[in-house]
Design a protein around this ligand. Structure first.
Ligand code: F6R
Length: 611
């Protein structure tokens, strides 16, 4: 939530910051701004996209060798010029950008109001900035000291980055709970919420940890804790190419990412699945096999699309490993008083690895003695670091706000983990194990086949784009895919869509059905096939429009449905990985048909680092 970029060094800061903000726009896009240090501190900000800021700055003197920039996803205060970051302190000496939420900002604000401070914005950021300046003035201390004192009072999550007019050679940043990466160049430093703005300048990075303060000059990086003790920066090499961050000829990142799935799934399997020897190699599982095999219970903790992956995993783990599984929304789990036992294994599922609710939920479970296994896409992210073991989904950078390739990556990883545990526990017989390995191995080729349906799905999208609402139904392994399909449609096309287990339909949702309601069935062959045929008949009897995702050759449903999308044969345990793909395309093309910006849907942000 919110993207931050900063630069200090010999180059012009503004073009670097602007380009970085465009890369980070997926994190928030309701307003943006920059502060530049050159002969004083200049702050420019604008409601709207980064492109609006860029246009408003044409002709301005933007020369500077140090600067900070921000693209916002509003929390406190509506999107507007005055609530945009950077904020300036009361004296005008300091400028600050912030990603996160200061929970006790009202209390701090009241203290400042009593001292005579007034505020020009509705943000928690301006409060924290003036709180820092007030400490600096009263204690007559350096900014670094004032920040340390202030942060000891702050409740909440933050990355803050400050410029001080009186110290133009220094940028100071601090982190708790929100991500911050520092890129180390030759005589220059870059700061950003993730590595994407940094990658074209340097591959040497330092991930700042919670409660750390970075004091950065062009040729010096000092890390300290809040107790003013120096910490040796841990420099890592980024394994990321610039091309992975660009659209590569596609109209949108979302479409590019949908079409990347044969490759991302292949990458996820590569080096892990060995068909010849019928093995799965995953160090995170192997090194902790006792813990995993003996788990009394597994709890999947995640949000949104990642939660849907956890729901599929519930079906898979229970069937293959015979371990009871619960699936928890991180935002509910963290505020409950959940029963967590020592033998419990938590799977933390997250694309970004930075989702605030998931982080707090797993920290809570860890404190209560559970073992945390991360299934994360972004290498080096917070959840990856908090987890005691893990497996990356290797989907590469996902920039489209609606998650697509990260989801299929999560499913593949979770199924491999379940197969490995089941094999070790001997809860799966060998022929089924080998069959499922073969089925997994075949997924990338089958995804290629499914993507050939692109034109057909585009036509369906045009036909149904004016729907007022929609219902997605599935059973068993494909009930979570109905939920995921409906979430994609809501996010991208703003059409209210509900997802249900098909068997639950008669307990309420069937009241919605009339001749105008499209009902999307995920109905490929499997255990519940006869039942789902009955459900389709129930919808047709009430004149609903049925679009069914079916197995190739399923004449029965083909004859019942208004439209069908034919999928290659697959074991039903593997089928969710395939069945979600036409639903991703359907949502994408409906969003396009309605003229929406599918990569940046309204009100959303890619990485939800606020609670
Ligand atoms: C939906 C979507 C969100 C995320 C959710 C969790 O398309 O992207 O629902 O899945 O915010 O994010 P991560 O996986 O980064 O923890």
């Amino acid at each position: 939530m919110c993207g931050i970029v900063a630069y200090i060094g010999p180059k012009e800061a503004y073009p670097i910051i602007l380009k970085g903000l465009k890369r980070l726009e997926y994190r928030g896009y309701d307003s943006s701004g920059v502060a530049l240090l050159n002969d004083g501190l200049k702050v420019y900000k604008k409601k709207g996209r980064v492109a609006d800021l860029e246009e408003s700055l044409i002709g301005k003197d933007l020369h500077a060798h140090a600067g900070i920039g921000h693209t916002r996803w509003a929390t406190h205060g509506e999107p507007s010029d005055r609530n945009a970051h950077p904020h300036s302190s009361a004296s005008g000496r300091l400028a600050m950008i912030h990603n996160g939420i200061i929970e006790n900002y009202t209390q701090l604000k009241n203290e400042l109001i009593k001292k005579g401070y007034t505020f020009t914005s509705d943000t928690d950021t301006e409060v924290l900035l003036n709180f820092i300046e007030d400490i600096q003035t009263n204690n007559n201390c350096e900014l670094e000291e004032a920040i340390r004192i202030a942060l000891k009072r702050v409740v909440g999550a933050y990355v803050i980055v400050l410029l001080d007019r009186d110290h133009p050679d220094t940028i100071i940043a601090a982190r708790k709970g929100s991500p911050l990466v520092i890129g180390i160049g030759k005589g220059e430093h870059f700061l950003a919420s993730d590595a994407s703005p940094i990658i074209e300048y340097t591959k040497e990075v330092v991930y700042v940890n919670d409660y750390e303060l970075a004091i950065i000059k062009k040729d010096e990086l000092v890390l300290k804790n809040l107790g003013n003790e120096k910490i040796t920066p841990f420099v890592q090499k980024l394994d990321l190419e610039l091309a992975a961050l660009e659209k590569g000829g596609y109209d949108h990142f979302m479409l590019k990412e949908i079409f990347e799935q044969p490759d991302t799934i292949f990458d996820c399997l590569r080096g892990r699945l060995d068909l010849g020897n019928a093995t799965i190699t995953m160090a995170g599982v192997q090194n902790n096999i006792e813990q995993l095999r003996n788990a009394q219970r597994i709890i999947m903790i995640a949000c949104g699309t990642s939660w849907h992956a956890g729901l599929v995993a519930e079906y898979v783990f229970e069937e293959l490993c015979r371990i009871p599984v619960e699936v928890e929304y991180a935002s509910e789990f963290r505020y409950r008083n959940p029963v967590v036992n020592k033998g419990d294994v938590i799977f933390a599922i997250s694309q970004s690895g930075e989702t605030a609710d998931t982080i707090v939920a797993i920290e809570k479970a860890k404190d209560q003695g559970a073992f945390i296994f991360g299934v994360v896409n972004v290498v080096g992210s917070s959840i990856a670091r908090i987890s005691q073991a893990g497996a990356y989904s290797h989907a590469g950078p996902e920039i489209g706000v609606a998650s697509t390739k990260a989801f299929t990556g999560q499913l593949v990883v979770l199924i491999m983990i379940a197969l490995k545990i089941a094999f070790e526990k001997k809860t799966i017989d060998e022929s089924r194990y080998v069959h499922l390995l073969n089925e997994l191995h075949a997924v990338p080729e089958k995804v290629k086949e499914i993507l050939l349906l692109d034109e057909h799905i585009k036509k369906l999208a045009k036909k149904y784009a004016d729907a007022k609402d929609a219902l997605y139904l599935g059973r068993g392994y494909n009930f979570p895919i109905a939920l995921e399909g409906s979430l994609k449609l809501k996010e991208i096309s703003y059409i209210p869509a509900a997802g249900y287990p098909a068997g639950e339909m008669k307990h309420g949702p069937i009241a919605l059905v009339d001749e105008s309601l499209p009902v999307i069935f995920v109905a490929t062959k499997g255990t519940h096939h006869e039942k789902i045929i009955s459900n389709i008949q129930e919808i047709k009897a009430r004149k609903g429009k049925v679009i069914a995702v079916i197995s190739e050759g399923d004449d029965v449903i083909q004859n019942l449905a208004d439209d069908v999308i034919k999928m290659p044969e697959a074991d039903e345990l593997i089928s969710p990985i395939l069945n979600v793909i036409p639903l991703q395309l359907l949502a994408y093309y409906i969003g396009i048909a309605k003229g929406y910006d599918v990569d940046k849907p309204r009100n959303l942000a890619k990485s939800v680092t606020v609670e």
